[in-house]
Ligand binder design. Sequence first.
Ligand code: SF4
Ligand code: SF4
Ligand code: FES
Length: 381
Amino acid sequence: MADYTIKVRRFQPESGEGPYWEKFNVDLEPSLSVLDALLQAKDRDDGSLSVRCSCRAAICGSCGMKINGQSGLGCKTQIGEAQELAEKKASVGSGDGTIVIEPMGNMPVIKDLITDMESTHWTKIRRVTPWLLPHGEPPEREYVVEPESMIDITQSMACIQCGACVSSCLSMEADPDFIGPAALAKAYRFVGDPRDAETKERLHDLAHDPHGIYDCTHCFSCIDACPKGVAPMDQIMRLRRKAGEEGIEDPNSGHHHELAFVKIIEKKGTLDEVALPRESFTFGIKGKLKPSKRAIKEVIGALPTIFRTIRRGKVRSKWIAPHHKLPGGAQDEVKAIYEHAEEHREEFNLYIKGEEGDEEAAIAEGLEPPPHAPASEEAAQ
Ligand code: SF4
Ligand code: SF4
Ligand code: FES
């Protein structure tokens, strides 16, 4: 057993007072969870301390909270590890070494650590039509699909709807209407499903919504927060890729912006922010301003942002300071990364290891059973 101090952000609406902090001392094995610590404090010190929980095994998704500023599950975070992180933060001048526990972010707080998941999470999940939309007569029994065709969506299917990604999403902080990481990961679950017949309509809808797939800023926070390896940002990137492959033009030029970004880095090694709007809005006319009506409108709309960023020194004006390519060797390395990515098309899916078609390696590592394994096992018995 070890002694720990937890500092909990509390809010008791019936008191009429605002939120406040309260410290509790608990004694637990370091391998027990932060949720265990909260339940001990509730049991021994204050029965009104409110926390939502059920399975205590990272399955039900009930106990989302922020621990030392990081969104995650209370039942999956060991108290010993939380203490180590609190001390590490204290060593760089952040906090006093006490484990800090708060309700999830980007959601209204109902009481203590209990947040309103309805308004910010479930409403958005419903927004993406989270069920199959097949066409034609339903089969007499179930829809039969090749198991391989479901591999792509295994990662998004692992979501337990805990809301930790929503809690940590930086775009959602700036735009509360952003559909958000959990709902967009759920959208990919159906876009990638071979039984769904409205893939294009779904992608069109999510690309045209100004709070849709192009509202994500690639901050990676949701990937860090997710306790189940769903990597919501990766699912959003898959949605974007599919929308691009379908030729869907979003009103914000989000797809062209991405292509321009990739092209500039490939060519120059670093981002030329002056070239970026030009390449994003005058697509297909490589470097030459031959704008369509829409492109003119987009560029004019972007002017205040361009001037603001130049004024604040975030962007170097081409005329003041021309953008330089990386020195030769470094630029070749960037190109080699591109070639490797193009050749291998690697997908980071924690539920699948290796490259497409690399079954032999998976079998050698014991990740896949050898072909006909059941038959040979039977023969051995
Ligand atoms: S990567 Fe995108 S969806 Fe994920 S937290 Fe950042 S802004 Fe939100
Ligand atoms: S994607 Fe991950 S963090 Fe987000 S709700 Fe699902 S399980 Fe939780
Ligand atoms: S209590 Fe079920 S996920 Fe934590």
